[in-house]
Design a protein around this ligand. Structure first.
Ligand SMILES: O=C(O)CCC(=O)C(=O)O
Ligand SMILES: [Fe+2]
Length: 373
């Protein structure tokens, strides 16, 4: 009987109303309190590192639930986690980094033939200075920011390849051998990981494990290869300037693969200070995006982040150079037509739904239109 009641409480503790519960059993309380306590001070702030292997190999729901709770807790408290033992091999990731580097080394005239030209398509090459990520929704303000302090990066955006309306902009095979196939395979691999992590989120939010399945199966995602050229650190430290300005992502989850250079920073949502998301070999940085946050009535956080100068390599007292950096972001989205309205369990008496329903497509195209020119 006692076991039974503990189990019920433990289950309830995973849903959105956890904070109002009078009692959380010992084991759960210790884990949860630790992260919640740590992130309330910048000196102890941490992005939780989650071993995903137990979830991937678990055979029972209760086994899965432990990892699922950790993940949901990470997104509630920080909005970011490091996912370890995620199942994507180093070899695969290294191969994608290599093909990406080869692509960015192509002459500018080859890349510019593939230029990004439509927010609805969101495909193609974006040269330095075309994007300025920001939280502002005001077109004039964004244009001013872009003119004054554009993001120092170039990117290549890839969508699902079988889309009937929008076509990916692939380089010629002779210019970039195996680029296309490498990216297509990786797209599929990341899609599969997204599906599994969303199952974990469903469990952690006390929904059916398959709750998201038919809402995220159309691969309405975006694979973004990023290249940040070397830059004089003084330039990067100028007012408002960054490799990527502070922003949140738009979709459900972002799977971010970074090299060892560093510079990614995450805003501590409790203190508003930016904290480094130091590269940890073998892990994927995973963050919740705005649509997931909105879906969950802000229970899961979509946290601001930016890319700034990591510790510079000094070439003289006054002039340092920030080395080139590469990263790969896989922006996962619900299906384009999926209606994002408050999840069951995330609203109730005393907890109003904060947002009207919106479709993924309406939301994402609106955000993309505002940040590019
Ligand atoms: O390059 C990175 O580490 C982060 C990139 C990013 O946040 C983005 O493109 O949305
Ligand atoms: Fe981002």
């Amino acid at each position: 009987m006692q076991l039974q009641s503990i189990r019920i409480l433990r289950r309830s503790s995973a849903v959105c109303f956890r904070a109002s519960l009078p009692f959380v059993p010992r084991a759960g309380r210790r884990t949860l309190a630790t992260l919640a306590d740590d992130v309330r001070s910048d000196s102890t702030f941490r992005i939780p590192l989650i071993d995903f292997s137990n979830f991937r190999t678990a055979t029972s729901l209760s086994e899965k639930r432990r990892t699922a709770d950790e993940i949901v807790n990470g997104f509630k408290e920080v909005g970011f986690i490091y996912l370890d033992k995620h199942g994507i091999s180093d070899k695969v990731i290294d191969g994608v980094f290599q093909k990406s580097a080869e692509f960015f080394r192509l002459p500018e005239e080859v890349k510019s033939k593939l230029a990004w030209d439509d927010p609805r398509a969101n495909r193609g090459y974006v040269q330095i200075g075309r994007e300025r990520v920001t939280q502002s929704a005001d077109a004039k303000e964004i244009a001013e920011l872009r003119a004054k302090a554009p993001d120092y990066k170039e990117s290549m955006e890839i969508g699902r390849d079988w889309d009937k309306v929008f076509k990916n902009k692939w380089p010629q095979e002779a210019d970039a051998p195996e680029f296309r196939q490498t990216m297509l395979d990786f797209f599929q691999t990341c899609h599969e990981l997204h599906t599994i992590v969303m199952r974990a989120l469903a469990i952690g939010l006390d929904l059916d494990e398959m709750f998201f399945e038919d809402k995220i199966n159309e691969q309405y995602h975006n694979l973004r290869l990023l290249s940040y050229p070397p830059i004089r650190t003084l330039l990067l430290r100028r007012d408002g300037q960054a490799r990527a300005g502070a922003h949140s992502d738009y979709g459900t989850l972002t799977l971010l693969f970074q090299d060892s250079v560093g510079g990614l920073e995450v805003q501590n949502p409790h203190t508003k200070q930016f904290q480094p998301a130091t590269p940890i070999p073998g892990t994927i940085v995973v963050n919740a995006g705005d649509l997931l946050s909105r879906w969950s009535n802000d229970v899961l956080r979509s946290t601001l982040h930016r890319v700034v100068a990591p510790p510079a390599k000094k070439i003289s007292e006054t002039e340092g150079v920030t080395p080139a950096r590469q990263s790969i972001a896989f922006f996962c989205n619900p299906n384009g037509g999926a209606e994002i309205s408050c999840l069951p369990n995330c609203y109730g008496p005393g907890r109003e739904k904060k947002y009207p329903p919106v479709t993924t497509e309406e939301y994402i195209v609106g955000r993309l239109s505002a940040t590019y020119h």
